[in-house]
Design a protein around this ligand. Sequence first.
Ligand SMILES: NC(=O)c1ccc[n+]([C@@H]2O[C@H](COP(=O)([O-])OP(=O)(O)OC[C@H]3O[C@@H](n4cnc5c(N)ncnc54)[C@H](OP(=O)(O)O)[C@@H]3O)[C@@H](O)[C@H]2O)c1
Length: 232
Amino acid sequence: MITGTSKGIGEGLALHYLGEGHSVYGISRSVNERLNDHDSFHFLAADLADFQGMKDKLPVFLRSVNQMELIVLNAGILSEIKDLKDTSIDEIKKVMDVNVWANKLLIDRCFDHLNRIKQVVAISSGAAVSGSRGWNAYSLSKAALNMLIELYSKEHPETHFCAMAPGIIDTSMQEYISGLPEEVDYPVVKKLKNLKGTPDMPKPAEVAARLADGFENARKYDSGKFLDIRKM
Ligand SMILES: NC(=O)c1ccc[n+]([C@@H]2O[C@H](COP(=O)([O-])OP(=O)(O)OC[C@H]3O[C@@H](n4cnc5c(N)ncnc54)[C@H](OP(=O)(O)O)[C@@H]3O)[C@@H](O)[C@H]2O)c1
């Protein structure tokens, strides 16, 4: 199962696993026609931040599944790049809902419903630990996500958990950043703008296989850790 399959990294991973002959259960708000064409792709159109809706829909979506090889908690949103002092608590809550609490709900419901889950990978970010100015609610949410995964690894010792930074990948998230002005206060914006269109910012389809290998390799590390694919 992969969340956030309509585009970006989630789409790339879904196409990769379908190509390898796996069944993929994808969740996002919008439909991806390319994925829907595959017989082995099962799709739930849902807003992960609608917690009640997810509680009701997930058991129906997974009714014929009793075990999962891999759950990739990939769906995520970026917060506006600006200072924390200029950011309302409501703005932060919106990012936390998608990047953290939706994943808590998904983990809890999946462990209730399924007999066995071999591995859970949460897509985190270098921003979880870098503390770069402007990264705001996104950094807070990814740091919380890392701890969420560490805590769940203790509660479910039979499942391997990790939070993984996937590297810098050319998706709609980078589209937003590349459209920002180069503010001296936010040096990472300049760095990312310079990487856009270079081999150092590959497309999701180019990195999906490497990410899938990274998920396999992650199982060699202690469960619950934050791993950066660039350092594995
Ligand atoms: N791109 C990078 O360089 C980079 C670097 C580090 C970490 N990451 C992480 O990688 C993950 C994927 O990012 P991406 O770059 O592929 O972003 P993206 O292209 O913007 O894709 C985000 C995906 O998440 C889904 N999503 C967002 N909010 C949702 C919601 N409320 N309910 C259901 N689905 C939702 C979107 O689907 P819908 O809009 O259709 O719902 C979309 O499929 C994120 O967790 C991000 O933080 C990315």
